[in-house]
Structures are given as C-alpha cells and as structure tokens.
Write a protein that binds this ligand. Structure first.
Ligand code: ZN
Length: 278
C-alpha cells in the first residue's frame, strides 16, 4: 500500500544508482588517483563497460522490485554528471531522473516513497579495501565527520532520506560498503556485495551475471520487507566537519556561508538538518 494515498496500491520505490559499486567496476588500476579524479572518467573504454554493467544491475533491481509488487519505480542516475546509464536499455517500467543540476539530492524523494534503494554505491573515503571509496568527492574530500562520527555517502544519504521519512531498504556495494551500510542502518538491512576489495582498484569480483541475480532476489526480499524498515532519522543539531586533501581546497570551502576554519585542512559547519549541510 502506498503511504501517500492510503488506498490499496502497489509500492513506490526510489532507486539511487551510483556507479562504483557494480560487479567488475574498479576504475583505472594503472594510473594514479591524483591525475584521474574519480577514477572513472567518461569517454573511456572502462567507463563505457561500467555503463553496461551498472545498467544491467539497475534492471535487475527493477525486476526484483516489480516482482515484490512495486507499481511505481523512480531511478535516479546519481553518479557524476547524472548522465551515465544506457537509457535505451532501461527496463520499460521505470522512470529515470537524469541530467542536472538538480534542485537537491534525491530531488523527487518524499514520504510517498515506500523505500530507498542505494544501488552500486561505494564505501566512505578512507575505508580500507573500499573500491574507489570516497565521500562525495574523490578529488577533494579526505574525510567527513558528522557529530564526531566519520560518515560517507551511504550514511549521509540515509540520513537525508530519513529527514523525508523514507527508509533505506537495500544497499549494493563491495564488502566494505555493505559492512558500512549495516553499521549505520542495522544488521537486518538487505545488502548485496558484488565484490571484495583487495585494494582501491583491485577486487575479487562476482561475475556480472551472479551479481545481477543476487540483486534481483535481494531487492525482491527488501521490497517485501520494506514496511518493517525505519527511516534513519538522526537527532540534530548537527556539526559537519570536512577534512580536505589539499589546503587550497579548504581555502575554497572556507568561503561558504557559516563555514568555520579549524586548521589548514579542516572546515566545520553547523545546521539544524543534515540536508542543509551537504
Ligand atoms: Zn558516490
């Protein structure tokens, strides 16, 4: 039953698709990070292969949600520029948010949604064995700390969804990302690990087909169990500390409204909500 209208209806599921967490996606192993930014630059063979792999895992998630009774599925193409999936191959029963800039993170996520799926996500910056691990920016962010606790995209995104009353019901990532998701969101969260990181750009990966199979069955179970999941609602007020990789990045961030310079690398901001701090 959809939460929005109270009448008998199928579930509405919101799928945020990142990129780095799909099976067999590891970026560029042979080039140093410092020259490559995110490690998945567009218009490369590695990126184009990742587009196919991520699109296939997305379609598996959509099939799983439909099998569990979802009648409305919104996919948000959430990596980089927001223009990554192979749209002509997307399952016909989903709609997709693409392009940008967007008004806010998860721009159509509201309490009419029965659950948020974080698909192909990655561990936080600094997670050992996290494939392409980062926290919103591979180029600039060394660490993010929310109210004294190191946090990455999985925890922070879950907190944003929590402020809108929507629980995270499923996460797919590598081993490090799935462990992080369970640490923040509870051991009963349904996760699918597509690979084990042996380094930042080195993995023992499932085959894409196996990852797709596990994603479909995992999402089906997660959507069925969605009424039991609680939104990740954190209590404010909040302080968010950013530790940057370079002093000049902290210099640039120090100009933001409300930013407090802690030292050469660190900026702190305060807010009543998590959303306003992103
Ligand atoms: Zn990301």
């Amino acid at each position: 039953m959809s939460k929005s209208n109270g009448k008998t209806a199928g579930k509405k599921i919101y799928i945020s698709v990142d990129f780095e967490g799909a099976a067999c996606v590891i970026g560029f192993p042979s080039k140093p990070m410092e020259t490559l930014g995110s490690g998945l630059e567009t218009n490369t063979a590695v990126f184009k292969q990742a587009q196919r792999l991520v699109t296939a895992e997305t379609n598996s998630a959509i099939r799983g949600a439909l099998a569990a009774g979802a009648t409305e599925i919104i996919v948000e193409d959430n990596h980089g520029s927001g223009h990554n999936l192979l749209y002509e191959e997307l399952h016909p029963e989903a709609k997709v948010i693409m392009g940008g800039p967007r008004p806010k993170r998860f721009c159509l996520l509201d309490k009419s949604c029965d659950g948020l799926i974080l698909l192909c996500h990655h561990a936080m910056a600094g997670a050992q064995g996290g494939i392409l691990a980062h926290s919103y920016s591979s180029v600039s962010v060394h660490r993010m700390i929310l109210n004294g606790r190191p946090i990455g995209e999985i925890g922070f995104d879950a907190a944003i969804a929590g402020e809108r009353g929507v629980p995270v019901i499923f996460v797919s990532s590598d081993d490090a990302g799935c462990a992080e998701a369970k640490k923040f969101l509870g051991q009963d969260l349904v996760t699918v690990s597509t690979k084990k990181g042996l380094g930042r750009n080195c993995a023992l990966s499932l085959s894409p087909k196996k990852a797709q199979e596990l994603t479909e069955t995992g999402v089906k179970r997660a959507v069925q169990n969605s009424p039991a999941r609680k939104p990740y609602a954190l209590k404010g007020p909040f302080t968010l500390e950013h530790v940057y990789k370079w002093e000049s990045q902290a210099d640039a961030a120090a100009g933001a409204r409300g930013a407090e310079r802690l030292d050469a690398y660190r900026i702190r901001r305060r807010g009543k909500t998590v959303s306003e701090l992103l």
